[in-house]
Design a protein around this ligand. Structure first.
Ligand code: SAM
Length: 302
């Protein structure tokens, strides 16, 4: 089956599952990330993730390389959750020449070409598949948790996989910068895209990101740091390219929202293809934190 056919089959399966779930009255969310929206078989999804990497990789890699305080333990085991197009995974293998890197994703399609003697690639659902407790010295998860309805529970799972003294780096978006945008159409359509993700997948672009420092502290982590960056959206900026591909992907769902005209969505997508528009994009919140040595629960390496 080619990628487009796989995406169609997956969408059909998602819609059948959704109908079955509705019929049986189960509380399961009808659609998950990747069933239809942002399916890795979609023709533009790899390019969309590479554009996101262009926006985020410089700061992610800087944060991963240069902890604000010296790490409490040497970094031997690294976990890159939901690696996506694996741009960070590749760089981590170069940056940490003695570390073993485990890269996971729900959909392994973009990870299949990755081979390295210090790399393990896992097809892994972070909401339900296990990993060894207390094992990883450094864990990074970017643009993952805000998409998961049970994100609080998943956060606790991630903390359990961290070794005592290990370091967590979590990055998620926040929409406050888009709420402050000047162009009303750009603002309406962009917030509409986030509404679609909230309605369909349970994505939280409002509170989860800005609350990450509190979440980290509530889970007993220490040395919590926060960095927030707001990129520029223009037709040729990395965030502009990411947003153009994201809006194209979600266009029909955005246009179906109350208060949005088809012309609104079309004109913003078009404005992102030529010079003129200049607005703030989604903010990215980067939080780092450390698992204290004394609070570990049986944190042994297996
Ligand atoms: C927006 S992309 C971010 C990719 C990458 N972390 C980055 O920042 O470039 C979200 C990724 O999360 C993955 N994902 C979604 N749900 C997941 C789950 N339950 N378990 C593991 N990965 C998941 C998707 O397949 C996708 O690769």
């Amino acid at each position: 089956m080619n990628a487009a056919a796989a995406a169609t089959a997956s969408a059909a399966a998602a819609s059948a599952a959704s109908a079955a779930s509705a019929a049986s009255g189960t509380a399961e969310r009808a659609e998950r990330y990747g069933d239809r929206i942002f399916n890795h078989g979609h023709a533009e999804e790899h390019a969309r993730l590479l554009a996101l990497a262009d926006v985020l990789d410089p700061h992610s890699l800087h944060t991963l390389r240069t902890p604000k305080t010296p790490p409490a333990r040497p970094v031997h085991q690294v976990l890159e959750l939901a690696a996506g197009a694996a741009t960070v995974t590749r760089r981590l293998l170069d940056d940490l020449p003695t570390a073993h890197v485990t890269a996971t994703d729900l959909d392994g399609r973009f990870l299949t070409g990755l081979h390295h003697e210090r790399l393990t690639v896992l097809r892994h659902d972070v909401t339900r598949d296990d990993l060894p407790e207390g094992h990883y010295d450094l864990i990074h998860a970017r643009y993952l948790l805000h998409h998961l309805p049970d994100r609080e529970h998943v956060f606790a799972r991630i903390v359990s996989w961290l070794a005592p003294g290990g370091r967590l780096v979590i990055e998620d978006p926040a929409r406050f910068s888009v709420e402050a945008a000047h162009d009303p159409r750009y603002r309406r359509v962009s917030l509409g895209a986030m509404r679609v993700l909230a309605d369909r997948l349970g994505t939280d672009c409002a509170h989860w990101g800005p609350n990450l420092p509190r979440t980290a502290a509530a889970h007993g982590l220490t040395d919590v740091t926060l960095h927030t960056a707001v990129p520029t959206v223009t037709h040729d900026s990395p965030m502009g390219r990411f947003w153009h591909l994201s809006l194209r992907h979600l266009a029909d769902d955005i246009t179906a929202l109350p208060g949005i005209e088809p012309e609104d969505t079309r004109s913003v997508i078009d404005a992102l293809t030529r010079p003129g528009l200049i607005e703030p994009g989604m903010a990215t919140v980067t939080v780092t934190a450390t698992k204290p040595v004394e609070q570990s629960r049986g944190g042994r390496r297996p």
